[in-house]
Design a protein around this ligand. Sequence first.
Ligand code: AMP
Ligand code: MG
Length: 317
Amino acid sequence: MSALETLILTPKPSGIARAAETLSAGGLIALPTETVYGLGADARNDHAVARIFQAKGRPHFNPLIVHVASAQVAQRYVEWSDTAQQLSDAFWPGALTLVLPLRADAGLSPLVTADLPTLAIRVPAHPIAQALLETFDGPVAAPSANPSGKISPTTAQHVIDGLSGRIEGILDGGPCPVGVESTIVGLSGVPMLLRPGGVATEDIEAVLGAPLALRDKADPLTAPGQMLSHYAPGARVRLNATEVAEDEVLLGFGPVPCTLNLSETEDLVEAAANLFHHLHALDAMDPAGIAVSPIPMKGLGVAINDRLARAAAPRDA
Ligand code: AMP
Ligand code: MG
C-alpha cells in the first residue's frame, strides 16, 4: 500500500471539523482520550474498521471499543440495563468501558465486535474526543493508536512514530492525562471485571454495592480473543481450497468462479470488510461445507486466515 500523508490537526474547530469529515469519508483519525491515543474509524463502516486492523498490523480480529458522545447515544447500540445506568451515571464520561449485549438494530460493522453478540462501549471525558464525537455525530471504533505489539501511545509523537503514513490524520491534544487504558466491566451477566484500568475497581464496587466477579481465564465466553472456534458456521469450513466439492459453496478470493467473493481484485482490506458478512450469508444457504480459496499470509491476510482457521476448527475444541 502506498504511504498516506498523515495530517497533524490542531484541536481547533477547523481541525475537529476536518477530522470528523475524514471519519465520515471512511478515513482513520488518531484522537486523544483521557486514557491513551485511540485510532478511530466510523464503527458502521466495514472498510474503515478493516483499515484499523491493517494500520495496526493486528494478526487477529479482536473486538474494539466503540466511543460515543453520551450514555444516551450508547443506548442506540447496546441493550441498556439498570446497572449500566448506575455505572454510567457514576463514571461517564470517563475511563470505564461497559460490555453489554449488542442491539440487533445497532448497524455496526461485525468487525467491531469480532462478530460477538456483545459490544464494548465508552464515553470518553477528554474534551477533544468529546468535540470530535459530537461533530462527527456517530460511533467511533478506536483501539489504542499503536502498531500491534507496541506500547500504547500517550502523546501525538508516539502515534506519529508508529503509524505515520498509514492513517489520514492525528488530532494533537498533547499528553493523555490518565495514560493507562480504560477499566472494562462486563454487564451481559453478573458484573465482571474484564480488564483493570483507569477507574479503580473499588470505586466501581462502591457504586454497585457488591464485589465485581473476576474473569475466569478458562471460560471462552469472557475471553473472546482466545476462543478457538469463535464464530463457527453451521457448515464445516475447509481452507485453502483449489477445488470445490458438489455439496460445498465456495468463498472465493481473487478472480475465481465462486458463490461469494471476498475480493475479486485480491484487496485484503475489502476481503476483511466482507469476511463476516459473507460467512453469515453462505451459512444461511445451509450448505454441507464452505470451501475457502487460499488467502495470502500477508497484511490483513494473517488476521483473515486466523479467523477462518477458528471457524474451521473442530467444534468440540
Ligand atoms: P483496546 O481497544 O486496545 O483498549 O482493547 C479492547 C479490549 O476490550 C480488549 O481487551 C478486548 O478483548 C475487550 N473487548 C472489546 N469488546 C469486547 C466484548 N464484546 N466482550 C469482551 N471484551 C471485549
Ligand atoms: Mg491496545
